[in-house]
Design a protein around this ligand. Structure first.
Ligand code: NAD
Ligand code: USQ
Length: 405
């Protein structure tokens, strides 16, 4: 397949690009390198020494004999450039990672909220419009989030995108009253985003539904949990191919932060009571899931295919205890900077990927290796002043006291 990876210089996009190239696909990356610019804005760097995109590509060619194309392009702002790219490359599939993905970054200020909405919603809409405009039959695979559902179970496993409901009908097609009866329907699972970033993924969902309906666009939306881990088989082949590892208060995700904090002797920063339950998936499983999604596209005219891309759910304080147990780290409950439920349960259906052959990497297998191979190896690069999470969800609440309490 010819595959375009939008956001292919990022934490998920880079290992996915290498994996798909290794599998024999012809891969081109499109990225505006905005994530590297945000590193400068925040004064924070990846714990791992990531190389310039030119060096990454040259290293991959050296170790694999395969070329990965690169186009520096802003998907949200350069519509013409994006369209010309599609017409020139004629990809069979586009994988769309090109969004601002950190919830805390999206909540820092009005400017960050506006940037995140403008960037993410325009990027997604430009991709959809350009696919239709190009006249090409391109399968779009998008990286969404389990966060669109909100974090609660309503007494059931969260289904893969769609919810079966029954409405009480009391009129016929002409609007005449008839005896009330129950009519089954399927709707997008009601959304309950917890940040402006998560909200952009909700808005993306509606754009996808519309383009699938109106233009018969073929779209798969992967509702992905929190990624943990850093290496894949490909990124490990040469140090110049190393993946990024974010640990700062905005971009670092919870489990990778705990692993890094343990390695540098910083007490594990559990927000509030740590009662938040979240969905997780290892980075190796993420690249495999993207491949499975590419190999199983919807047909033209189908509704958007939605997969829950996660393998385990865990409560934050349990993760902290687990990391503390294997590393000897200290755990510290810190005031929660976010406006989120203090305690929630979460059960998520992920049958589609399991049925299609995914064999999950479990926390119990991978955790210690991750501490040794990444967090401890690069701990000298850490800037401990960047660890605290300082982005507050609302000015109306003090950290730790939800605004709606
Ligand atoms: P990342 O920030 O490391 O990578 C995103 C890449 O997209 C960056 O290289 C950035 O420069 C690029 N980009 C952003 N806006 C762009 C634009 N307008 N034009 C061109 N390029 C642009 O993020 P990531 O962790 O790799 O996440 C990728 C996707 O996966 C995101 O959409 C995110 O929502 C989703 N996701 C990530 C996680 C996670 O734990 N990292 C979990 C669930 C879902
Ligand atoms: N948390 C802590 N301590 C920390 C960091 C986080 O207790 O040091 C808590 C947070 O308060 C939150 C939970 O851990 O309750 C998860 O936070 P996170 O930063 O790991 O994850 P989140 O903000 O949800 O965002 C990440 C990715 C995002 C993706 C999302 C998937 O950055 O791109 O969409 O995970 S999901 O969680 O399913 O919404």
């Amino acid at each position: 397949m010819k595959i375009a990876i939008l956001g292919g210089d990022g934490f998920c996009g880079w290992p996915a690009s290498l994996y798909l190239s290794d599998e024999g696909h012809e891969v081109s990356i499109v990225d505006n390198l905005s994530r590297r610019v945000i590193d400068e804005e925040l004064g924070a760097q990846s714990l791992t020494p990531i190389r310039a995109i030119s060096e990454r590509r040259a290293a991959w060619q050296e170790v694999s004999g395969r070329e990965i194309g690169f186009y520096r392009l802003d998907v949200a702002q350069d519509y013409e450039g994006l369209l010309q790219f599609l017409l020139a490359e004629q990809p069979d599939a586009v994988v769309h990672f090109a969004e601002q993905r950190a919830a805390p970054y999206s909540m820092k200020s009005a400017r960050h909220k506006r940037y995140t909405v403008g960037n993410n919603v325009n990027a997604t809409h430009n991709v959809l419009a350009a696919i239709v405009d190009s006249g090409l039959d391109i399968h779009l695979v998008h990286l969404g989030t389990t966060g669109v559902y909100g974090y609660g179970t309503a007494g059931m496993k969260i289904p893969e995108g769609y919810l079966d409901i029954e409405v009480t009908a009391d009129q016929d097609a002409e609007g005449n009253p008839v005896e009330t009866h129950r009519v089954p329907q399927q709707i997008l699972y009601p959304t309950n985003p917890g940040s402006i970033y998560h909200m952009t993924k909700v808005l993306d969902q509606h754009l996808f539904a519309y383009y699938a309906k109106n233009d018969s666009a073929r779209i798969t939306d992967l509702h992905q949990g929190i990624i943990w881990g850093t290496h894949t088989d490909q990124t490990q082949r040469d140090e110049r191919l190393i993946n990024r590892f974010d640990y700062d208060g905005d971009y670092g995700t919870v489990l990778n932060r705990f692993l890094m904090q343990a390695a540098v002797g910083y007490p594990l920063t559990v927000h509030g009571t740590g009662g938040q339950t979240r969905a997780f998936i290892h980075i190796r499983d993420m690249v495999r899931c993207v491949q499975i999604a590419l190999e199983n596209p919807p047909a033209a005219g189908d509704r958007v295919k939605i997969f829950n891309q996660m393998t385990e759910t865990h409560r934050v304080r349990d993760l902290a205890r687990l990391v503390a147990r294997i590393t000897g780290a200290e755990v510290q409950m810190v005031p929660n900077p976010r406006n989120e439920s203090a305690e929630n349960d979460l059960h998520v259906a992920n049958d589609t990927f399991l049925d299609l052959g995914l064999q999950p990497t479990t926390l119990s297998e991978g955790l210690l290796l991750e501490v040794e191979q990444i967090a401890a190896r690069y701990r000298d690069r850490a800037d401990l002043t960047k660890i605290p999470a300082t982005s507050l969800w609302t000015t109306k609440h003090e950290a730790g006291v939800p605004a709606n309490a």
